[in-house]
Write a protein that binds this ligand. Structure first.
Ligand code: NDP
Ligand code: HSE
Length: 438
């Protein structure tokens, strides 16, 4: 074991920065035994370095200007835990140009600028670790990139935003409303600085961009991901889904099909018999289906100070082990050799074929259901189940829930336009995609 420590410059002293300092300090002995040398934070920077912190910063030089930190001669690895892309991107690129290795938990940065960052790392013969960027404490990057490298990966399905899962799980409990539950997720440090990134699906799309690149050997391409959040999901949908044997989850899907790759994040009905349907609270889980391994499932805390720090520290141990090694023989950041990525087409949502949950509000009168089912039948759409909520016999408008068998999305959309035009149907019509995960 080398006695010289791997020296860390830490950008960001918030939730994950604090967790990283705590884990490195508490587990210093086991980490050093695994890494082959101690790992020490020597310098740190934040927006306000005078702010009191709940963790011990003794022995760490506090640097006001983060750009100074990424150039310090006593820093071997820059750990970026600021978040967002400005100034994180410039700081990471500057660190790499200065010959520093980088570890980051920043999925927005990797999803949007990873291609440029990995190119800079290759040119400067430095390493970039980003295990913490996807699913917090779950080592899914390592699993997909290294442990499954003998497989053709067929699909990935994941619950990869803890805040959305926390909110959707709470919606199945009586008396819990959206806004207070979101505030709770923020107070617990799960939500992004701007929580609309969580509830509008952007954070999950950042993570799916990264997983898909690793799984299929395609360039990072956030702009190709179809993104739908959870704002339109009501407690009523959660209850109807449960009565029909499903849970609603915010699911990220990447699947190789004949015409290319599906890349999408949206609320999804999953049968309660599936393990993924039973992942609750802030927990995340990712299923990866490989042609050789079959389905494998990775479950754990997707957010929070120490779970995320666990992944940051694992990347630091990898850097310590590979420090000074020949850069040609390191694990490529996106699993595939940089010159062997393939630009497979991304399949349009119109071409997607899936089953759907529909919630309609219709006039409480004879013949309405017949009109709706006639439109579905004419569009070649087969009904799996219908649920008509018991209601006051005098109610003017009643909800009807319809599950339909898999159909191309363009046919579903066309039928919904025709159903919405029926005078007995009131808008909005809720449409939620379904997945059997088989
Ligand atoms: P926080 O908001 O808790 O912390 C951000 C830190 O960055 C703060 O210390 C802040 O300083 C500092 N900072 C902000 N802007 C600047 C700037 N311009 N220059 C220097 N420092 C700056 O964020 P988190 O710890 O929650 O998240 C950090 C990263 O980890 C993000 O990329 C996030 O997406 C990712 N992540 C977070 C998880 C979580 O559970 N929280 C899980 C997985 C990934 P100050 O304290 O002075 O305000
Ligand atoms: N805001 C993210 C989430 C943090 O809720 O999952 C973890 O990446």
């Amino acid at each position: 074991m080398s006695s010289s420590a791997l020296k860390i410059g830490l950008l960001g002293l918030g939730t994950v920065g604090g967790g990283t300092i705590a884990v490195l300090s508490r587990n210093a002995d086991v980490i050093a035994r695994r890494a082959g040398r101690p790992i020490e934070v020597v310098a740190a920077s934040a927006r306000d370095i005078t702010k009191p912190r709940a963790f011990d910063l003794s022995g760490i030089a506090l640097v006001e200007d983060p750009i100074e930190l990424v150039g310090r001669p006593d820093v071997d690895v820059v750990v970026e835990l600021i978040g967002g892309t400005t100034p994180a991107k410039d700081l990471v690129l500057a660190a790499l140009e200065n010959g520093k290795h980088v570890v980051t938990a920043n999925k927005a940065l990797i999803a949007l600028h990873g291609n440029e960052i990995f190119e800079a790392a290759q040119r400067t013969q430095t390493m970039v670790g980003f295990e913490a960027a996807v699913a917090g404490g779950i080592p899914v990057i390592k699993a997909a990139r290294e442990a499954l490298s003998g497989n053709r990966i067929e699909w990935i399905a994941g619950i990869i935003n803890g805040t959305c899962n926390f909110i959707l799980s709470a919606m199945s409990e009586p008396g819990r409303e959206f806004e207070p539950v979101l505030a709770e997720a923020q107070a617990l440090g799960y939500a992004e600085a701007d929580p609309s990134f969580d509830i509008d699906g952007i954070d999950a799309a950042h993570k799916l961009t990264i997983l898909a690149a690793i799984a299929f050997g395609i360039p990072l391409q956030f702009e190709s991901v179809f993104v739908e959040g959870i704002r339109h999901i009501s407690r009523a949908d959660v209850e109807y889904a449960a009565r029909l044997g499903y849970r609603i989850k915010h699911l990220a899907m990447a699947r190789q099909v004949a015409d290319g790759i599906e890349l999408r994040v949206h609320p999804t009905l999953i049968p309660t018999s599936q393990l993924l349907a039973n992942v609750d609270g802030v927990m995340n889980a990712i299923m990866i289906n490989g042609d050789a391994a079959g389905p494998t499932l990775y479950y754990g805390a997707g957010a929070g100070a120490e779970p995320t720090a666990s992944a940051v520290v694992a990347d630091l141990v990898d850097v310590a082990r590979a420090f000074g090694s020949d850069s040609e023989n390191r694990v490529p950041p996106l699993a595939f050799q940089a010159d062997r990525l393939t630009d497979l087409p991304i399949v349009s949502m119109e071409a997607l074929e899936t089953a759907y949950y529909l919630r309609l509000h219709v006039l409480n009168q004879a013949g309405v259901l017949a009109d709706v089912t006639r439109v579905l039948g004419a569009g070649g759409i087969s009904i799996e189940a219908i649920l008509q909520q018991e209601s006051d016999p005098g109610a003017a408008i009643v909800p009807i829930i319809i599950l339909v068998h898999p159909v191309p999305e363009h046919a579903m959309n066309q039928a919904l336009v025709e159903i919405a035009a029926l005078s007995q149907v009131h808008e909005p019509i809720v449409k939620i995609r379904m997945e059997s995960l088989t």
